[in-house]
Design a protein around this ligand. Structure first.
Ligand code: PMT
Length: 400
């Protein structure tokens, strides 16, 4: 089954008897990894209390369009922007009609118009209402706008009728929602991603390293796996959990990272070097802890092997993308690195801005390849990673 790890799902609940299933839906969305916020129509609140959905989602439930208090917290436009997916379950016949007409007469329909996120509807109504030509027309109109429908299921209804109109089961809705994010862009490809820092030992207790948290590399591994790739992370020491459906090899030093990458490279289609590999290591690692007896200690450093250059130089090697962490003249240094290291793509990361580089949750990068570039505006590292993966898939396709 798919997952919604790190996805923001805005769940709209409209007023039908199936609203009672929304409680279970919130729980299952969270179990599959999503953060959930809920908007309820007035009608929905006749069937299930906001308090129930607030307690389950862990977030305040939004209900009123003109609510000063709510607008001071997360207003309707922020909610619309927050969502990676807007899911309305149950979606009543009235709600389908209002969406088809493009109305914005309550919070739910207003946010549905204001969001750029995909919209998924799980209709629920009496079988005759579902079969009515007015509803069929509305469903057709919504489908022609790219709105996704899940269900309805057929069977015995709360009113005693039998036929189509039951809201789909929460598990089916969650699977359909997760399916929206599985692009299949890298289906069957083998991807290796390096992530995190390396540690170069000075003695048994000290080392040289840097501030890489691994967040960017782990987001890339997650995005590659979501795109259908068989993904392996070669990770320096970080404190992040392994993304689902990703194999992980832990290493400490640059030389260990190189050895792991070389072992994987024969069987790899795409190599993404996001790790902040230490360029130098101590010429010697002391066997015993260096004692604090001298005023000054001089460390001699020697150059580490360049992992991404070695991969790019492999005969019949993979599509190779590197990162360039720069503080000035970012694009020209990045372009130069791409040429020097023989890369197919480089992602230029301005690390002079602490909100978009090492250890930040957001990033903002420019992706360069021979003959082209694309600026990716500021977003969470997961969103940036998905856009990088889409660009890699685009470059691979254009290289034939
Ligand atoms: O981990 P986070 O906290 O999320 O931070 C993300 C990041 C800032 C580390 C990431 O976005 C990034 O920019 N990674 C590259 C860091 C880096 O080492 O850049 P560089 O310009 O020094 O190296 C250029 C390329 O060569 C990189 O792809 C690097 O992985 C690779 N390299 C460098 C040295 C070396 N010995 N071997 C290498 O493979």
């Amino acid at each position: 089954m798919g997952h919604l790890f790190n996805r923001n799902v805005l769940l709209g609940v409209s007023g039908g008897i199936a609203a009672y299933k929304s409680a279970e839906l919130v729980r299952q969305l969270q179990e599959s990894g999503a953060s959930v916020r809920v908007i309820m129509t007035r009608g929905a609140q006749e069937f299930i209390t906001p308090l129930t959905l607030q307690a389950l989602s862990g977030n305040p439930v939004h209900a009123e369009l003109l609510d000063e208090e709510a607008e001071r917290g997360m207003g309707h436009i922020e909610l619309a922007r927050w969502a990676d997916l807007m899911l309305i379950a149950p979606a009543t016949a009235d709600l389908l009609a209002r969406l088809a007409a493009g109305r914005a007469d309550d919070l739910l329909t207003t946010v549905a118009l204001a969001t750029a996120a995909p919209l998924m509807l799980a209709p629920a109504m009496n079988q005759q209402m579902w079969r009515d030509p007015a509803t069929s027309d509305n469903v057709h109109t919504l489908g022609s706008r790219g709105i996704h429908l899940v269900g309805p299921a057929s069977g015995e209804q709360a009113c005693g009728d039998v036929g189509p109109g039951r809201m789909e089961e929460p598990a089916v809705i969650v699977a359909a929602a997760a399916g929206l994010f599985e692009s299949g862009l890298l289906a069957g490809k083998r991807v290796v991603v390096t992530a995190g820092p390396t540690r170069e030992a000075i003695d048994p207790v000290r080392y040289i390293s840097n501030h890489s948290s691994g967040k960017m590399g782990y987001a890339l591994a997650r995005a590659a796996a979501e795109a259908g790739a068989l993904t392996t992370l070669v990770s320096g020491p970080v404190t992040l959990p392994t993304p689902e459906h990703v194999s992980r090899i832990d290493v400490e030093s640059a030389r260990e990272m190189l050895a792991s990458c070389q072992a994987l490279i024969g069987d790899c289609d795409i190599f993404i070097a996001c790790a902040a590999v230490a360029d130098y290591r101590p010429a010697e690692t002391q066997a015993d802890k260096i004692k604090k007896t001298q005023e000054q200690v001089t460390l001699q450093l020697i150059r580490n092997p360049d992992i991404v250059s070695a991969v790019a130089a492999t005969a019949n090697g993979p599509f190779t993308a590197g990162f360039a962490a720069e503080t000035n003249d970012v694009l020209s240094y990045a372009r130069d690195k791409m040429q020097r290291k023989g890369l197919d793509m480089i992602i230029a990361n301005d690390v002079s801005d602490s909100t978009i580089g090492f250890n930040s949750d957001d990033n903002e990068v420019t992706v360069l390849w021979p003959g082209g570039k694309r600026a990716l505006s500021r977003a969470g590292k997961d969103a940036i990673a998905r856009r990088i993966v889409a660009l890699i898939a685009e470059r691979l396709a254009s290289d034939g």
